[in-house]
Design a protein around this ligand. Structure first.
Ligand code: SF4
Length: 256
Protein backbone atom coordinates (compact mmCIF):
# COMPACT_ATOMS: atom_id res chain seq x y z
CA UNK A 1 0.00 0.00 0.00
CA UNK A 2 1.35 3.41 -0.86
CA UNK A 3 0.83 4.86 2.65
CA UNK A 4 2.57 1.92 4.33
CA UNK A 5 -0.53 1.31 6.47
CA UNK A 6 -0.61 -2.39 5.67
CA UNK A 7 2.60 -4.36 5.94
CA UNK A 8 3.16 -8.06 5.32
CA UNK A 9 4.40 -10.23 8.16
CA UNK A 10 8.01 -11.23 7.51
CA UNK A 11 8.51 -14.90 6.58
CA UNK A 12 11.30 -17.06 8.05
CA UNK A 13 13.83 -16.04 5.40
CA UNK A 14 13.07 -12.36 6.02
CA UNK A 15 13.44 -12.78 9.79
CA UNK A 16 16.85 -14.35 9.25
CA UNK A 17 17.79 -11.44 7.00
CA UNK A 18 16.73 -8.94 9.68
CA UNK A 19 18.62 -10.89 12.31
CA UNK A 20 21.77 -10.77 10.18
CA UNK A 21 21.32 -7.07 9.48
CA UNK A 22 20.90 -6.36 13.17
CA UNK A 23 24.07 -8.24 14.08
CA UNK A 24 26.07 -6.71 11.24
CA UNK A 25 24.90 -3.11 11.51
CA UNK A 26 23.12 -2.81 14.84
CA UNK A 27 19.75 -2.07 13.31
CA UNK A 28 17.36 -3.16 10.60
CA UNK A 29 15.51 -1.34 7.85
CA UNK A 30 12.41 -1.59 10.06
CA UNK A 31 14.18 -0.01 13.02
CA UNK A 32 15.26 -1.35 16.39
CA UNK A 33 11.86 -1.47 18.10
CA UNK A 34 10.26 -3.32 15.21
CA UNK A 35 13.15 -5.75 15.14
CA UNK A 36 12.69 -6.84 18.75
CA UNK A 37 9.58 -8.78 17.72
CA UNK A 38 11.70 -10.97 15.48
CA UNK A 39 15.01 -11.23 17.25
CA UNK A 40 14.44 -14.78 18.48
CA UNK A 41 15.14 -17.21 15.72
CA UNK A 42 13.76 -20.70 16.51
CA UNK A 43 16.04 -22.56 18.95
CA UNK A 44 16.81 -26.28 19.15
CA UNK A 45 14.89 -28.40 21.67
CA UNK A 46 17.72 -28.01 24.16
CA UNK A 47 17.50 -24.22 23.82
CA UNK A 48 20.74 -23.89 21.86
CA UNK A 49 20.92 -21.76 18.69
CA UNK A 50 20.20 -23.63 15.45
CA UNK A 51 22.96 -24.33 12.93
CA UNK A 52 21.52 -21.60 10.70
CA UNK A 53 21.68 -19.08 13.53
CA UNK A 54 25.29 -19.96 14.30
CA UNK A 55 26.22 -19.51 10.64
CA UNK A 56 24.38 -16.19 10.41
CA UNK A 57 26.24 -14.93 13.50
CA UNK A 58 29.52 -15.99 11.97
CA UNK A 59 28.71 -14.21 8.68
CA UNK A 60 27.80 -11.00 10.54
CA UNK A 61 31.25 -11.10 12.15
CA UNK A 62 32.80 -11.61 8.73
CA UNK A 63 30.91 -8.59 7.39
CA UNK A 64 32.60 -6.37 9.98
CA UNK A 65 36.03 -7.74 9.09
CA UNK A 66 35.41 -7.19 5.37
CA UNK A 67 34.76 -3.51 5.94
CA UNK A 68 38.40 -3.20 7.04
CA UNK A 69 39.74 -5.44 4.30
CA UNK A 70 37.93 -3.50 1.56
CA UNK A 71 38.70 -0.16 3.22
CA UNK A 72 35.05 0.80 3.65
CA UNK A 73 34.20 3.25 6.43
CA UNK A 74 30.57 3.14 7.51
CA UNK A 75 29.53 6.66 8.48
CA UNK A 76 25.82 6.15 8.99
CA UNK A 77 23.43 3.21 9.31
CA UNK A 78 19.75 3.13 8.50
CA UNK A 79 19.92 6.25 6.38
CA UNK A 80 16.78 8.09 5.34
CA UNK A 81 16.75 10.46 2.38
CA UNK A 82 14.05 12.71 1.08
CA UNK A 83 14.29 14.79 -2.07
CA UNK A 84 11.35 16.98 -3.11
CA UNK A 85 10.82 16.62 -6.84
CA UNK A 86 7.99 18.19 -8.86
CA UNK A 87 4.71 17.48 -7.05
CA UNK A 88 6.18 14.47 -5.30
CA UNK A 89 9.01 13.52 -3.06
CA UNK A 90 11.65 10.86 -3.73
CA UNK A 91 12.48 8.86 -0.61
CA UNK A 92 15.09 6.24 0.16
CA UNK A 93 15.91 4.23 3.23
CA UNK A 94 18.97 2.03 3.15
CA UNK A 95 21.09 -0.15 5.41
CA UNK A 96 24.29 1.84 5.53
CA UNK A 97 26.20 4.71 3.99
CA UNK A 98 29.96 4.45 3.75
CA UNK A 99 33.04 6.02 2.23
CA UNK A 100 35.42 4.29 -0.18
CA UNK A 101 38.48 5.57 -2.05
CA UNK A 102 38.10 5.73 -5.80
CA UNK A 103 40.00 7.17 -8.70
CA UNK A 104 38.30 10.31 -10.04
CA UNK A 105 39.84 12.65 -12.64
CA UNK A 106 43.29 11.21 -11.92
CA UNK A 107 43.02 11.61 -8.14
CA UNK A 108 42.08 9.19 -5.38
CA UNK A 109 39.09 10.71 -3.63
CA UNK A 110 36.56 9.87 -0.96
CA UNK A 111 33.42 8.54 -2.60
CA UNK A 112 30.05 7.82 -0.96
CA UNK A 113 28.91 4.22 -1.20
CA UNK A 114 25.48 2.92 -0.30
CA UNK A 115 25.78 -0.55 1.22
CA UNK A 116 22.95 -3.01 0.87
CA UNK A 117 23.53 -6.12 3.01
CA UNK A 118 21.80 -9.30 1.86
CA UNK A 119 21.48 -12.69 3.46
CA UNK A 120 20.57 -15.62 1.26
CA UNK A 121 20.56 -19.39 1.65
CA UNK A 122 23.06 -19.83 -1.17
CA UNK A 123 24.88 -17.09 -3.09
CA UNK A 124 24.89 -19.33 -6.20
CA UNK A 125 21.11 -19.71 -6.32
CA UNK A 126 19.68 -19.07 -9.79
CA UNK A 127 15.99 -19.13 -8.85
CA UNK A 128 13.50 -16.64 -7.45
CA UNK A 129 13.37 -12.85 -7.28
CA UNK A 130 16.77 -12.65 -5.57
CA UNK A 131 18.92 -15.16 -7.43
CA UNK A 132 22.35 -13.91 -6.44
CA UNK A 133 23.97 -16.55 -8.66
CA UNK A 134 22.48 -14.63 -11.62
CA UNK A 135 22.45 -10.96 -10.56
CA UNK A 136 21.55 -9.84 -14.09
CA UNK A 137 18.08 -11.39 -13.52
CA UNK A 138 17.42 -9.24 -10.43
CA UNK A 139 15.51 -5.96 -10.65
CA UNK A 140 18.08 -3.45 -9.32
CA UNK A 141 15.57 -0.73 -8.59
CA UNK A 142 17.17 0.23 -5.27
CA UNK A 143 20.66 0.27 -6.78
CA UNK A 144 19.34 2.68 -9.41
CA UNK A 145 17.24 4.94 -7.21
CA UNK A 146 19.18 5.33 -4.00
CA UNK A 147 22.38 6.72 -5.53
CA UNK A 148 20.21 8.84 -7.83
CA UNK A 149 18.36 10.41 -4.90
CA UNK A 150 21.58 10.93 -2.93
CA UNK A 151 23.22 12.56 -5.96
CA UNK A 152 20.23 14.89 -6.38
CA UNK A 153 20.49 15.93 -2.75
CA UNK A 154 24.27 16.43 -2.94
CA UNK A 155 24.02 18.63 -6.02
CA UNK A 156 21.05 20.69 -4.82
CA UNK A 157 20.93 23.46 -2.25
CA UNK A 158 18.44 21.72 0.03
CA UNK A 159 19.42 21.17 3.65
CA UNK A 160 20.00 17.57 4.59
CA UNK A 161 21.89 16.01 7.48
CA UNK A 162 23.35 13.15 5.38
CA UNK A 163 24.67 15.71 2.92
CA UNK A 164 26.27 17.68 5.76
CA UNK A 165 27.85 14.50 7.07
CA UNK A 166 29.28 13.58 3.66
CA UNK A 167 30.69 17.06 3.15
CA UNK A 168 32.65 16.61 6.38
CA UNK A 169 34.44 13.76 4.59
CA UNK A 170 35.47 16.09 1.80
CA UNK A 171 33.11 14.56 -0.75
CA UNK A 172 32.86 16.50 -3.97
CA UNK A 173 29.21 17.06 -5.01
CA UNK A 174 30.31 16.00 -8.54
CA UNK A 175 31.03 12.40 -7.55
CA UNK A 176 28.19 10.03 -8.29
CA UNK A 177 27.49 7.76 -5.29
CA UNK A 178 28.29 4.07 -5.66
CA UNK A 179 26.11 1.14 -4.66
CA UNK A 180 27.47 -2.14 -3.26
CA UNK A 181 25.52 -5.30 -2.54
CA UNK A 182 27.29 -7.28 0.17
CA UNK A 183 25.70 -10.73 -0.04
CA UNK A 184 26.28 -13.49 2.50
CA UNK A 185 24.96 -17.02 2.63
CA UNK A 186 24.48 -19.61 5.36
CA UNK A 187 24.94 -22.92 3.55
CA UNK A 188 27.42 -25.39 5.12
CA UNK A 189 30.36 -23.77 3.30
CA UNK A 190 29.59 -20.15 4.04
CA UNK A 191 30.58 -17.63 1.36
CA UNK A 192 30.05 -14.02 0.37
CA UNK A 193 30.05 -11.94 -2.78
CA UNK A 194 30.21 -8.17 -3.27
CA UNK A 195 28.62 -6.61 -6.35
CA UNK A 196 29.22 -3.04 -7.39
CA UNK A 197 26.23 -1.84 -9.41
CA UNK A 198 28.12 0.25 -11.95
CA UNK A 199 26.41 3.60 -12.40
CA UNK A 200 26.54 4.16 -16.16
CA UNK A 201 24.83 7.05 -17.94
CA UNK A 202 22.40 4.58 -19.46
CA UNK A 203 21.41 3.25 -16.04
CA UNK A 204 20.96 6.75 -14.63
CA UNK A 205 18.68 7.58 -17.57
CA UNK A 206 16.79 4.36 -16.89
CA UNK A 207 16.24 5.48 -13.28
CA UNK A 208 14.88 8.82 -14.51
CA UNK A 209 12.56 7.05 -16.91
CA UNK A 210 11.26 4.76 -14.17
CA UNK A 211 10.60 7.75 -11.94
CA UNK A 212 8.74 9.47 -14.77
CA UNK A 213 6.56 6.37 -15.22
CA UNK A 214 5.83 6.17 -11.48
CA UNK A 215 4.75 9.83 -11.46
CA UNK A 216 2.53 9.17 -14.49
CA UNK A 217 1.07 6.11 -12.75
CA UNK A 218 0.28 8.06 -9.57
CA UNK A 219 -1.33 10.83 -11.63
CA UNK A 220 -3.44 8.22 -13.42
CA UNK A 221 -4.54 6.58 -10.16
CA UNK A 222 -5.32 9.95 -8.61
CA UNK A 223 -7.55 10.77 -11.58
CA UNK A 224 -9.29 7.37 -11.48
CA UNK A 225 -9.64 7.27 -7.65
CA UNK A 226 -7.33 4.33 -7.14
CA UNK A 227 -9.37 1.42 -8.56
CA UNK A 228 -8.67 -2.09 -7.24
CA UNK A 229 -6.47 -4.17 -9.51
CA UNK A 230 -6.75 -7.73 -8.19
CA UNK A 231 -4.19 -9.61 -10.26
CA UNK A 232 -2.61 -12.71 -8.72
CA UNK A 233 0.80 -10.96 -8.81
CA UNK A 234 -0.49 -7.85 -7.00
CA UNK A 235 -2.60 -9.63 -4.37
CA UNK A 236 0.06 -12.20 -3.46
CA UNK A 237 2.36 -9.38 -2.37
CA UNK A 238 -0.30 -7.19 -0.77
CA UNK A 239 -0.47 -6.66 3.00
CA UNK A 240 -4.21 -5.89 2.74
CA UNK A 241 -5.05 -9.27 1.17
CA UNK A 242 -6.84 -10.72 4.23
CA UNK A 243 -9.23 -7.78 4.55
CA UNK A 244 -9.67 -6.88 0.89
CA UNK A 245 -13.07 -7.85 -0.58
CA UNK A 246 -11.58 -7.95 -4.10
CA UNK A 247 -8.51 -10.08 -3.33
CA UNK A 248 -7.48 -12.55 -6.00
CA UNK A 249 -6.80 -15.91 -4.34
CA UNK A 250 -5.12 -17.61 -7.30
CA UNK A 251 -1.39 -18.22 -7.42
CA UNK A 252 0.67 -16.12 -9.83
CA UNK A 253 1.86 -17.87 -13.01
CA UNK A 254 5.61 -18.48 -12.89
CA UNK A 255 7.72 -17.65 -15.93
CA UNK A 256 10.29 -20.35 -16.76
S1 SF4 B 1 -7.14 -6.05 -5.00
FE1 SF4 B 1 -5.37 -7.25 -4.34
S2 SF4 B 1 -3.65 -5.83 -4.53
FE2 SF4 B 1 -5.51 -4.59 -4.55
S3 SF4 B 1 -5.85 -4.02 -2.40
FE3 SF4 B 1 -7.02 -5.92 -2.76
S4 SF4 B 1 -5.62 -7.57 -2.16
FE4 SF4 B 1 -4.39 -5.74 -2.41
Amino acid sequence: MIDGLYQSEPNEAMKKGMFFEYLALGNTAKGDGEFMKYIDLPKLRNGEPSVDEQRIRSQADLFKKLLDLYDITIIKTRTLLNYPSDDYSLSAEFDALGIIKREYNGNIVNTPVIIDTKLTKNIYSEFGDYSWGKPDLIDHIQAQFYPYILDKIMSSDIEDETKDLLLMYDISPDIYPQFYYMVFDYKPKMEYVIYNYVQTEMRIKEAEERIRKVYAGIDYFNQTEWPYNPTAENCNRCGYVLECPFANQTKPIINI
